[in-house]
Design a protein around this ligand. Sequence first.
Ligand SMILES: [Zn+2]
Length: 505
Amino acid sequence: MTEFRLSAARPGSGIRTTLRNARIVGSDGTPVDIEIEDARISTIRPAHVSPAQGEPVDLAGRWVLPGLWDHHVHFSQVALASRRLDLASSSSAASVVELVRAHSARSSAEPGDILVGTGFRDALWPDSPDLAALDRASEGRPVVLIGADLHCVWLNGAALERFGHAGHPTGMLREEDAFAVSKALDTDDALVDAWAREAAGVAAARGVVGIGDFEMAWNLDAWKRRTAAGATSLRVRFGIYPADLDRALAQRLSTGQIVPHTHGLVEVGALKVITDGSLNTRSAYCDDDYDGLTGRPDARGVLTVPTDELVFLMRRAMTGGLSSAIHAIGDRANTLALDAFAATGAAGSIEHAQLLRDDDIARFAELGVIASVQPEHAMDDRDAAEQLWPGRTRRAFPLRSLLDAGATLRLGSDAPVAPLDPWIAISAAVGRSRENRAPWHPEQSITVSEALAAATRTPHERVAARRLADLAIVDADPLASTADQLRRMPVAATVLNGRFTHSVL
Ligand SMILES: [Zn+2]
């Protein structure tokens, strides 16, 4: 893992605040005053023993912890999702069609405008996608419906024609075809930037100070533009996709570098390579056949980047000092990704690591590969996993086993796949349950402090003197909260670089 360079602390920015009557999460709960000078904590002392420096803010005994990170998001998609037809409540192809029909009936859009929906999960649909029914529901308007995991899109006839797939029998496109359609939808930069700024504020209101942005785009320019326009409520570590690797190397981007003129907030992340699909799309690359697919060439899912090509890309990234973030969901894809880390000696992470072979778990720590996981996917997908990975789910989302084997965990949401809210990820990691269901493989639960450590910038963040003042301030002690309480944790304020990015104090 790269060290954080502290160009973020701008001497003389003049911020001076004292957070009075604070309780630090993990301490014995004795109230303290936390003095912040510029972007850092200068001192912490028992409450009220000396006059407050600068502007005092009374926390009235609220709890303070290091600011939270969501280590895996697709941020433009988060911004866009807030403006799209929400299909999360659907449970069949027919119910998706019904939502489209209801929306079209009350919509005043022009006939040529694309209706974009998002959030359906087709893995457990009892019916098949019916293109003719979708066409009837949409009254001639092009319709593009993006699956919750982003790995499939369902298009109606008008959209199939527009995107070069006329004559497709169902309109359901997967993997690269799906990504190409999603990308082609990209709205005007200025509009997305404005929505992104709003979405950053929404994230800050949940205690978030930083994100790992894996938007499938050239993220450097987007975040330069956004921070210059005043989107300064989040730190951003952005990923680079293979299509842009040459460009990144030519610009001498290396992992951990702070991008100039971004208020110290934007940092170069890793080369991101997607090597397999997803569980719901039955494209995650596995050791065993998916139920019902036996005999087909894709019966075990798909490996979208062969291992020799992956090794080539990772080596090339290393020449410029870029680490690697490898998307691998199925157990076979994870084995091959770990093999590539072993072959190259690259630093980095495996993104998702959803299904792991027992003998691969120890390799994360051995190779220094971070397991970057999204615990809420386990809650969304537990039924799909039981059906599609039968008899294997004790190896699915094995967070406890990874930690016990010495791996470093990072938590994320993969937003907009799951909400950009670390408290949801923390709750799922701790309780492995939602909506009063029995916990799913509770033997793989981790503790609240382990989850918090994985939901901050590094596992070693602390609220202490000389540390950066990136803080979340919450109403309850997370260490004494149940999984349900964690999920709904009230966040009173968020501090980034010593300034409030959110406050209801
Ligand atoms: Zn993702």
